[in-house]
Write a protein that binds this ligand. Structure first.
Ligand code: ZN
Length: 612
């Protein structure tokens, strides 16, 4: 009888301690997230109380079996502690989103101290069996006493009752979330954004059923910094992740999957870009995180879809799901499989007259084509663009399959679908060939953003206000009926989805950071004009030579004519806003320590040309 009682007391205590760590780390209570905090307290207490009861019973059974076999209780005791410590150390590696990660300093400390404590206890049990037994008896009487266990049970019942009452005041149909992200997909190569080539019939259909944001900006036109911003709703200068392939996503701030998991969601992902590997800490909060970048073949895109379809089969009636699928295509190289291969080569939009040199070097992507993206001996820009478009068509087909499956499974009516990309792609714009990340121009910064939200129907509508990737998480939380994350730097787009036109700084501008140097570029985009600030002289040399660039995105969407001298009043207004934003952002956060990539990830990064 004392064993399960001791389990309840210990479980409630442990659950409370871990929960305090979680809440403290994330400042839920002080920042106005009480519903989520109470819900997570309930889960923490329930899970650990149940777990501890089972564990204690198992310990008792193991001890009974071991001592019968060895006839020496202290040897059995020592073995038991070793066993327990090994188990606890393994669990501490990956228990839940709020336990420090194995590969962080915290994680290593936790893992190390749990292992050491276990070994120490095992040593004590072997050397001082009598004292150990007395201690164990004391602990059992203390934890397993009727007083403490009764109090623990009362706390458990009280928290459960309060959470049931407060957490869900009005039960509402829970909203599933499907986030589809497509690597290097520029907005203006989709039909819904006005592209004449038929690249995107399925995405266009989705847009016809939802709302299209016509002016959405990537926070940083490189995969890792873009997703760091998108998933945590923080700017690069806040979260500190500003480079591809060199930094891990920090444990804080909280990411979308962690917030949704804390709110009771099943969280699943399948990703096709090595920059999003577990190694880089992008799997925070996910129950399932499939890394399909390892299979470096033309059919990787189909594998993502298949993973998505398999995960959708697990959708349960009790718990909502969050499914994130990240497609690598149409990222370079542009080599779509049949029947998409060459489908647009030589069509009526194909003009093969622009030829550029093949640079023959991995890292030379200005003024010609670098060796890491060269297709055969091809030097016609139109050929590359046609094949890039064919890859879009290939991914579009996969998106179609996915959305159809959603409908067939009866999930379309209660699933929020968000489609976007991490950045666009420079297809020779600004003399920059088949790459992204270097410049803040719209070919790489302007991304598609389509939202199909059940219960917010304005099918086929378009929104012209500037929005940005960091707005996606607040929008999802808002539509799912969850409280806003107080540390998010983005805003919910719900008002815009409803067709309202709020004004003010928050709604009138989008901000982007870009480049590879620490002295990177910053830009501000309004509904019509964009201002770019280039602090670094090296970058100025390969851009326009000016510190400030101003473009009229309506008259000159390709940003070829710098209006900085012609429209000083527009430039002054945008500059004031940009400076204010930079000042609010404070000095750039110290970037997370650089990491060394090894093994398969290293091979893959090398073959894709991310590292030399
Ligand atoms: Zn990318």
């Amino acid at each position: 009888m004392r064993i399960p009682l001791a389990g309840i007391t210990a479980g409630v205590l442990l659950g409370f301690v871990l929960w305090v760590g979680f809440v403290d780390a994330n400042r839920y209570l002080t920042d106005g997230y009480p519903r989520l905090a109470l819900g997570s307290l309930r889960r923490s207490l329930d899970v650990y109380a149940l777990g501890a009861v089972l564990l204690f019973a198992l310990m008792e059974l193991t001890f009974f079996l071991l001592s019968r076999r060895w006839k020496r209780p202290h040897a059995a005791n020592a073995a038991l502690w070793l066993l327990l410590a090994t188990g606890a150390a393994v669990v501490s590696l990956r228990l839940s989103p709020w336990v420090p990660r194995a590969h962080s300093v915290h994680g290593a400390l936790l893992f190390g101290s749990v292992s050491l404590a276990g070994m120490w206890l095992a040593w004590l049990a072997a050397r001082h069996p009598r004292a150990m037994r007395r201690g164990a008896g004391l602990a059992r009487r203390g934890l397993g006493g009727f007083g403490p266990a009764g109090a623990a049970l009362l706390v458990l019942a009280g928290v459960n009752a309060a959470a049931a009452f407060v957490a869900d005041p009005a039960p509402r149909p829970r909203l599933n979330v499907l986030l589809i992200t497509i690597d290097a997909l520029r907005a203006d190569h989709l039909g819904v954004y006005g592209y004449p080539r038929p690249t995107s019939p399925n995405i266009d259909r989705l847009a016809g059923e939802g709302v299209t944001f016509r002016r959405a900006a990537s926070q940083w036109p490189l995969t890792s910094p873009s997703f760091a911003a998108l998933m945590s709703s923080t700017y690069g200068h806040t979260n500190g992740l500003i480079r591809n392939t060199a930094q891990r996503m920090p444990d804080r701030p909280l990411m979308l999957a962690e917030l949704l998991k804390a709110a009771g969601y099943d969280t699943w992902a399948a990703v096709g870009n090595v920059n999003l590997a577990r190694f880089f800490n992008f799997d925070q909060g996910f129950d399932t995180y499939q890394e399909l970048w390892r299979q470096d073949d033309q059919r990787k895109t189909e594998r993502i879809t298949r993973a998505g379809l398999d995960l959708l089969k697990q959708a349960s009636a009790e718990r909502p799901f969050f499914l994130w699928l990240h497609y690598f295509d149409p990222h370079a190289r542009y080599d779509p499989p049949k029947p998409f291969d060459q489908m647009f080569v030589g069509d009526r939009y194909f003009d093969g007259s622009w030829r550029v040199p093949l640079n023959g070097r991995q890292d030379q992507d200005l003024g010609g084509i670098s060796s890491k993206v060269t297709l055969g001996r091809e030097d016609r820009v139109a050929y590359y663009v046609a094949q890039y478009d064919a890859e879009i068509r290939y991914v579009d087909q996969q998106v179609g399959i996915l959305l159809e499956a959603l409908k067939e499974r009866g999930l379309a009516g209660n699933t929020l679908v968000v489609l976007t990309s991490d950045h666009g792609e420079s297809l020779g714009d600004h003399n920059y060939f088949f790459e992204h990340g270097r410049f803040p121009y719209d070919d790489c910064v302007h991304v598609p953003l389509i939202v199909r939200a059940p219960g917010e129907p304005r099918p086929g509508e378009a929104v012209r206000s500037p929005v940005q990737s960091i707005d996606i998480v607040p929008t999802i939380l808002d539509l799912a009926g969850l409280p806003a994350d107080p540390r998010a730097e983005g805003k919910s787009l719900r008002l815009l989805l409803r067709g309202e036109h709020p004004r003010g700084d928050l709604w009138d501008y989008a901000f982007t950071e870009s480049g590879f140097a620490l002295d990177y570029q910053r830009s501000i985009t309004g509904e019509r004009y964009k201002l770019i600030y280039v602090p670094d002289a090296g970058n100025r040399r390969i851009m326009t030579g000016r510190e400030l660039e101003l473009y009229d995105l309506e008259a000159d969407p390709r940003e070829t004519k710098n209006l900085i001298d012609e429209r000083p009043e527009v430039a002054a207004l945008l500059k004031r806003q940009l400076w204010r934003w930079m000042a609010n952002g404070g000095p750039a956060a110290p970037p997370p320590a650089e990491v060394r990539v090894e093994g398969q990830a290293e091979e893959q990064l090398r073959s894709l040309g991310y590292i030399n």
